[in-house]
Design a protein around this ligand. Sequence first.
Ligand code: PMP
Length: 431
Amino acid sequence: MKEYNKEELISKYKEYLMPSVHTSFSEPLCLERGEGEFLYDVDGNKYLDFYTGIMVVISGHCNEKVTKAVSDQIQKLQHSTSFFINRPVVELAEKLAEITPGKLKQSFFVNSGSEAVEGAINLAQIYTKNNTVIGLQHGYHGRTLLTKTLTAISAWRQGATNISDIRYTPSAYCYRCPFNATPENCDVVCANYLNEVIQTQTSGEIACVVAETIQGVGGLITPPKDYFKILTEITKRYGGLLIIDEVQTGFGRTGGKMFAIEHYGVEPDIMTMAKGLANGFAIGAFISEQEIASCFAGPSVSTFGGNPVSAAAAVANIEYIEENDILTNSERMGSILKEKLLQLKEKYSIIGDVRGRGLYWGLELVKDKKTKEPAWEEAERMTQLCKDEGLIIGQSGSWFHVLRLGPPLNITEDRIGEGIEMLDLAFSRLK
Ligand code: PMP
């Protein structure tokens, strides 16, 4: 490997990668290594990581158990393809059937979240013999043609979005309710509106509704407790399947439960996952109940799907979560983080809303609390100011105006305190 310095890395990155492979910060962060909740750049600077590579490294960077499982597997078998069986993929599939909600049982392994959502929709269309797919406004599902078309945030829809059988229904964006209602008086009109969408924009029969439990890229939009019950009931009424996209929210991210949808008492027909599944190794999956999966018997293959190294990482990662009671930690640390973020909201008027669950939080920044004009430049400056303090956070929201926080799920109270101190300092420096 060539020993490029930081300047060379940045200039070659810009020369040889497409400009759409966007980097954060005024000067891109060039990473050297990670350890637990910390990242180190090529100049040796240390950062507390409250972003975990977009909610991926849930068990900490270079987690010992995951690293050992990977290095053991690498000595034995590195690739198989889905035409052949390897040990880790069998163990992983069995484990997923055990830890996912309801009757979800049979998995299909792929390499990314986009592919997982794409595969889940294909399955729903085959099963229902219908093509119409309904997504949620402010939803993000990937960058393949289908998932980009399903994504309902204009910034992430560059290029063709020409899949015709897709419709959109409102998400539960209570802070900017499209119906001008408040959670106290709304009767969850956003969820009920799905009925209108189906009756006026479809033939009356649908393949599926696809929803993130918490809309991450959309800005941590966190639905009220009845949202998914209503969505499920209406989806079933018109013959559709409910696909829940847990690519960001799975594996304990939202505290107390393995998957965020479990907080809502709803069992999806198909669920997608990726990101946190293998703590940083490339893998994605969709899982459904057996009866649904059984209609998808024609051949389908994923060359890298179910790769033994990624599968071994995923098994070790899930075992780590279970053995260390990470779900309890993410719930407990999450409530501490929530309290501290609410205190910051009292202190800084630019914070319009604080929302999320477990160890997944968003701070919506607004120029003025009355007009709620999105403060995206300030959000961008905040991520930079945090980095200058030694804290990595993310930026999301349909107008890039939401700060996104997601530390590793094994984080301690002391580290949460340190992160909040840096965030507080950054807010104090924001002019
Ligand atoms: N679904 C959700 C909810 C996501 O957040 C993402 C990625 N941010 C995707 C799907 C696509 O995942 P990937 O980038 O791995 O294709």
